[in-house]
Design a protein around this ligand. Structure first.
Ligand SMILES: [Zn+2]
Length: 179
């Protein structure tokens, strides 16, 4: 487990956090891909080479790129949130996470939860409209699923909405009581 607690996230820290995520899987994938491409070149099977390169693009830009963008979306909001004094970036072999320290307001918590999947859906729509033949948009659009409450982003959004609604009801009651 790699952990960094910082008051200011630098580009180097963000790269160490995201580029080395799931590195054993990336090493295995790159090794197998290299062998397949070499085999395709040696046997002059251009179909194998093309298919391998397409798979590599989906793996790097689609799968890894969309998860990196998702985490950067959370980071962009949390790094600017009022009351957040430090941020912990974590990476284990299979997952990355980000935790704010200090006091995170409901509005910023909801915005941060939305920003991860939202950034991916935004890029997915752009890819879909501008280059649908690349077939990469699906990886990005699929991040909308993280907004359902089975996932942390969906749960954060739901609880922030509940607390916001409860606060608004309490303020209304107080206003009525003051009259
Ligand atoms: Zn997320």
């Amino acid at each position: 487990m790699w952990t960094l607690r910082t008051t200011r996230v630098t580009a180097v820290a963000a790269c160490r956090w995201l580029l080395l995520a799931a590195w054993p899987l990336n090493v295995l994938f790159t090794g197998l891909l290299a062998v397949t491409v070499v085999l395709g070149l040696v046997t002059e099977q251009s179909v194998i080479v093309r298919a391998s390169l397409t798979l590599a693009a989906h793996y790097a830009i689609g799968l890894n790129g969309s998860f990196a963008l998702h985490e950067l979306g959370h980071l962009a909001v949390l790094a600017r949130a009022k009351g957040v004094t430090a941020i912990t970036l974590e990476r284990s072999l299979w997952r990355t996470s980000i935790s704010p320290h200090g006091r995170l307001g409901d509005r910023d918590a909801a915005l941060a939860a939305l920003a991860g999947p939202g950034a991916c859906v935004g890029v997915g729509v752009i890819l879909w409209l501008s280059a649908p033949s690349l077939q990469l948009h699906g990886w990005y659009l699929a991040h909308v699923v993280f907004l359902i409450p089975s996932f942390a982003d969906g749960r954060t959004l739901l609880s922030a909405a509940h607390r916001g609604a409860a606060d608004a009801a309490r303020r209304r009651r107080e206003r009525r009581g003051n009259r």
